[in-house]
Write a protein that binds this ligand. Structure first.
Ligand SMILES: Cc1cc2nc3c(=O)[nH]c(=O)nc-3n(C[C@H](O)[C@H](O)[C@H](O)COP(=O)(O)OP(=O)(O)OC[C@H]3O[C@@H](n4cnc5c(N)ncnc54)[C@H](O)[C@@H]3O)c2cc1C
Length: 493
């Protein structure tokens, strides 16, 4: 059998690509190296707890009124999921100013709070919101290959080359407000002075206009649902199938797995970074690696500590969905700290605050995350790996207790620690990078979309967090849809 499309990897990008192709009746095979679908969107069990590995905010989903892109594509695939909208519920501590405050409610409450904390911010905040919409709408036009009129979208043209910090300053936003609002940069893995304003604006647009949700069933259920629908549409999905090489015979590609099984296909789609694919699978094609690709930087990586606690959130006093501590809210300075293993910045999420069914009755899940920039793991080896994990976990638990005056240590029933090595082993993301490539400078969605036709190597496509729209589940999922739509349209024309 010769498949029309063979997809390497059943992460969000790969599953979405497979679903769209199967929907269009293309003979499609997905080969996944693990024994479950979803890549990072999965769960693991420890005792009576089932931990979601990564999906705590589903961006660009929205509700019945403000339908986000993610929800829209799921509808196209006829997949229904149960979700709940998550308003802001964040406790934030900034060590440099000793400030410690809560942001709660809808976006308007957040803006009111920012104005209350720093009078005179509101006009620049309103202008910023307007511009996020303009940039979002311009990107939509670009995706549809429509021209973007300079008179109608002046800010899109103006801010195309700006980093987020320069753009916010240009909007005359007070520095303290920039820092207070800019903490979201941590979720994108790039400091404001390096982060492309386009990426920042689009991310903020989703948060402001399309509500974030959580999944009411767990992340693995979601991935299994996607895989089942793909198979129902006629797609084939083989697990435990690590792809090790792709070679060409005439017009057909021969795909080999670790078990020496061979599959044939006309077109290959990688749900991996180009860097991984070219250095591990497409060795023969190395010459074709695009220069731009070589210039991209990997996103930061980090350590995640998953805790199962044997008390309810009320008993523990955990009131907020998310907790953040920063060395300083100035992102440029903070990244300097984050190049050192002992920095103080971390985030925490408590799924039970928005979803009481996240763990058994009278228990709580708490997930602590510490991110690093640069190669802080260079001294890690087999002999010190275990003690390193224990030390970082120990340190993060202490930091959380001290920062928020909440005791957790004595209530820990289960603990698991994931390092960049865990992430790399499970997904093949290089160095266990969390968010694919860094969302910086020239490497924003606009530039990627424009240079996409030149970067493309015939018959190979790339979907997922390292693809056109950057990381996070909504982008990875959307890239699978968008790239296959482009391929289908090209074949039809
Ligand atoms: C700790 C953490 C928290 C996060 N929280 C959020 C969040 O709250 N919200 C959000 O939207 N995003 C979040 N993200 C980001 C999000 O999880 C990712 O951006 C997204 O899941 C990436 O999807 P992907 O399609 O790129 O595939 P991946 O998840 O990387 O999957 C790639 C798949 O390909 C398979 N594969 C790789 N190589 C091969 C091969 N040679 N042969 C066969 N199969 C192969 C892998 O096994 C894997 O299944 C988080 C990430 C981390 C690390």
């Amino acid at each position: 059998m010769i498949y029309d499309y063979l997809i390497v990897g059943a992460g969000m990008g790969g599953l979405s690509a497979g679903l769209n192709l199967a929907l269009h009746k293309k003979k499609t095979l997905i080969l996944e190296k693990n024994d479950l679908p979803g890549g990072l969107v999965t769960t693991f069990k420890r005792g009576r707890f089932e931990f979601d590995t990564s999906l705590y905010d589903v961006y660009d989903y929205g509700d019945d009124v403000h339908v986000g892109l993610f929800q829209d594509i799921l509808k196209k695939y006829e997949i229904e999921i149960e979700t709940k909208v998550v308003p802001f519920n964040i406790r934030l501590k900034d060590l440099s100013t000793r400030s410690n405050y809560v942001i709660k409610g809808e976006i308007k409450d957040f803006l009111i709070e920012l104005e209350r904390l720093n009078e005179g911010s509101i006009n620049s905040l309103r202008e910023f919101m307007k511009i996020t919409k303009e940039i979002h709408d311009a990107l939509e036009l670009l995706k549809d290959h429509e021209p973007i009129n300079k008179e109608e979208y002046p800010n899109f043209y103006k801010y195309l080359e700006y980093d987020a910090l320069s753009a916010l300053k240009d909007l005359q936003m007070p520095e303290e407000t920039i820092n207070r609002m800019g903490f979201f940069w941590l979720e994108l893995g790039s400091p404001l002075n390096k982060l492309s304003f386009i990426d920042f604006a689009i991310f903020m647009y989703k948060i402001i206009f399309k509500k974030d949700v959580v999944l009411l069933n767990n992340a693995l259920d979601f991935s299994l649902k996607l895989a089942a629908r793909f198979q129902e549409l006629g797609g084939r999905l083989y697990y435990n199938s690590l792809v090790v090489s792709v070679t060409k015979k005439g017009k057909i590609y021969i795909v080999k797995t670790q078990d020496d099984l061979e599959y044939k296909a006309k077109h290959i789609i990688f749900n991996t970074s180009k860097r991984y694919a070219y250095s591990n699978i497409l060795k023969e094609h190395e010459k074709e690696i695009n220069k731009l690709e070589n210039a991209r930087s990997l996103s930061p990586n980090g350590v995640i500590v998953y805790l199962g606690l044997n008390r309810s959130i009320e008993e523990l006093g955990l009131k907020n969905y998310k907790y953040y501590q920063f060395n300083t809210l100035n992102s440029e300075k903070n990244v300097g700290y984050m190049m050192n293993i002992n920095h103080e910045t971390f985030s925490a999420v408590v799924p039970n605050v928005v979803n009481p069914k996240a763990s058994p009755k009278n228990t709580t899940i708490l997930i602590l995350k510490k991110i690093f920039f640069g190669d802080v793991f260079q001294n890690l080896n087999k002999s010190n790996y275990k003690s390193f994990k224990e030390e970082v976990a120990e340190d993060l638990i202490t930091k959380f207790e001290e920062a928020f005056k909440i005791d957790i240590r004595e209530f820990i029933e289960e603990i698991e620690v994931a390092t960049p090595i865990t992430i790399e082993r499970y997904t093949n993301s290089i160095n266990g990078s969390f968010y694919g490539y860094m969302a910086k400078g020239y490497d924003n969605p606009i530039h990627r979309l424009i240079s996409y036709p030149d970067e493309e190597v015939k018959d190979f496509s790339f979907v997922g967090a390292s693809s056109l729209f950057g990381a996070n589940v909504d982008n990875a999922f959307y890239s699978g849809y968008y790239i296959t739509e482009e391929l289908l349209n090209k074949k039809e024309n």
